[in-house]
Design a protein around this ligand. Sequence first.
Ligand code: ATP
Length: 233
Amino acid sequence: MLVLENVHTHYGKIEALHGVSVEVKKGEIVSLIGANGAGKTTLLMTVCGTPQATSGRVILEGRDITREPTAQIMRSGIAIVPEGRRIFSGLTVEENLHMGGFFNTKAEIRKSQDHVYELFPRLKERENQRAGTMSGGEQQMLAIGRALMSKPRMIILDEPSLGLAPIVIKQIFEIIGHLRDEGITVFLVEQNAHQALNLADRGYVLETGKIRLHDTGKNLLANPEVQNAYLGG
Ligand code: ATP
């Protein structure tokens, strides 16, 4: 579904990704874990074309998107839930969802919205509430719901558990598992290595802009190196 081949990405003269290769197969949940500053967000944003890879290739469903503009990539069945949610806090829940269905017809928006409300009854209850007044967990649900409005075949999530209470994190990870059950391919970036690897079919460990390890989620959880560096021993 998504392949990164030997991707290098720079910010000016500084190289943030040093030849990264990652594959996400259709129907999988793949988790990318790594410390602060390892380059996780850079990797995701490179998939979205901002910044573009300076060398290497990004292939989405067999198409080379390395040099495509972000707007075009975002219309290719891929949706991103950015770090920090980036919802429109002054808009209501419903208005935020409509922003996610920007490219769709009214009938499609209605259908997607009903589906999002089925997945997240809490959002339906709060349909007319301003998003900025909701809890962090509800805002994260809204950010995921908004991404689903475009009916993506693949969803990319950047640290969805950041700043949330353990019980809410559990709910969010359950929802992500449910997305896979619905046939959506998931690429998940997390610092919460335990939950992310537990849920994942396969995982990658990114260290200072390089893939250090990749294996099944289960094997990575059992790997002493991962346990020492990311799971508190
Ligand atoms: P975090 O979890 O803290 O977001 P991360 O793993 O997502 O970390 P990145 O944000 O991708 O890491 O950062 C990777 C490296 O690139 C870091 O050294 C960072 O300082 C640098 N970097 C990120 N964004 C920019 C930018 N816009 N301009 C210059 N350097 C940047």
